[in-house]
Design a protein around this ligand. Structure first.
Ligand code: MF3
Ligand code: CO
Ligand code: CO
Length: 278
């Protein structure tokens, strides 16, 4: 059985209960989402050959500090950084370090800023210099997957409709959907109910209701879907070492569809779209 609860009446995560947010939650998410998107926009100019991911982490930390926000990942389950930087075959949760980005790398930067207690969670792909055609294709399909998931995010549909829409697009291109990480409810909590699987069967899962707030964050691999976690306890890589790509928005279900909280104010969310226009 699925239980929904008015978000204002829940103090913390209760298993199996899906919070439904009102106007206050949407307003809070708009602010947090906009600041996260602005930070990710600023990072575009740092995703260049020779720049370390530690430097990118530091830029985000300073941006958060200067704008009255806190990166949600600092001290989250022992994580110590402001964001995750996942390069090439790293699927997600790559840890910023002193390795300089190299021409041809594709890097996902995943940032969650907390503003007035609300969590804006978003990630994008950043091509470093010129990238290969196959990297471009992977990124292009990943963004199509997210778009299709968002298009399915409306009352009357279920979480399974979102997953099915994503899986259909990825597999039609002979790419694969990572199963080990999922989208998640969020709001005053970083990770809440419901889980959003990026694969699945239409009509199954949780019925979507106005007021639900969650992320969609598909991870798409050029090869097989399987991942392994490195000995640092965080970094997830493809087992077959093929390239992996991801993008993420935080959204809220409305009466007629959904609102995207983490849209780029300058149209930089999709790096290939903004390049093509340049
Ligand atoms: N931002 C990630 C997400 O999309 C979570 C990162 S948790 C960390 O849910 F600890 F690895 F940073
Ligand atoms: Co994220
Ligand atoms: Co997330």
């Amino acid at each position: 059985m699925i239980t929904y609860v008015d978000a204002t009446s829940t103090a913390r995560r209760t298993h199996g209960v899906i919070p439904l947010h009102g106007a206050e939650g949407f307003e809070g998410m708009r602010k947090a989402g906009a600041l996260t998107a602005q930070a990710l926009d600023i990072l575009t100019e740092y995703a260049q050959p020779g720049v370390t991911t530690a430097r990118i982490d530091q830029i985000a930390y300073e941006f958060a500090r200067d704008n009255g926000a806190v990166p949600a990942t600092i001290f989250y389950k022992g994580y110590r950084h402001s964001l995750c930087t996942s390069i090439n075959h790293v699927v997600c949760h790559g840890i910023p370090d002193q390795r300089p980005l190299r021409e041809g790398d594709i890097v996902n930067i995943d940032l969650t800023l907390v503003v007035d207690g609300w969590h804006g969670d978003s990630s994008r792909m950043y091509p470093v210099g010129e990238i290969s055609r196959k990297s471009e294709r992977l990124i292009e399909i990943t963004y199509q997957c997210l778009d299709a998931g968002i298009a399915a995010a409306r009352p009357g549909n279920t979480t399974g409709d979102i997953g099915a829409a994503i899986q259909t697009i990825a597999e039609a291109e002979r790419m694969s959907v990572v199963r080990d990480f999922v989208g998640h409810g969020l709001g005053r909590l970083f990770h809440d109910e419901p889980n959003i699987l990026h694969f699945g069967t239409p009509g199954t899962g949780v019925p979507l209701k106005p007021g639900m707030i969650f992320t969609i964050e598909p991870m798409i691999n050029l090869g097989r879907p399987h991942v392994k976690i490195l000995s640092d306890g965080w970094t997830a890589v493809t087992r077959d070492r093929t390239l992996s790509s991801q993008c993420e928005h935080s959204i809220g279900i409305t009466e007629t569809g959904c609102e995207i909280f983490t849209l780029s104010p300058t149209g930089l969310f999709n790096p290939l779209a903004s390049r093509a226009g340049a």
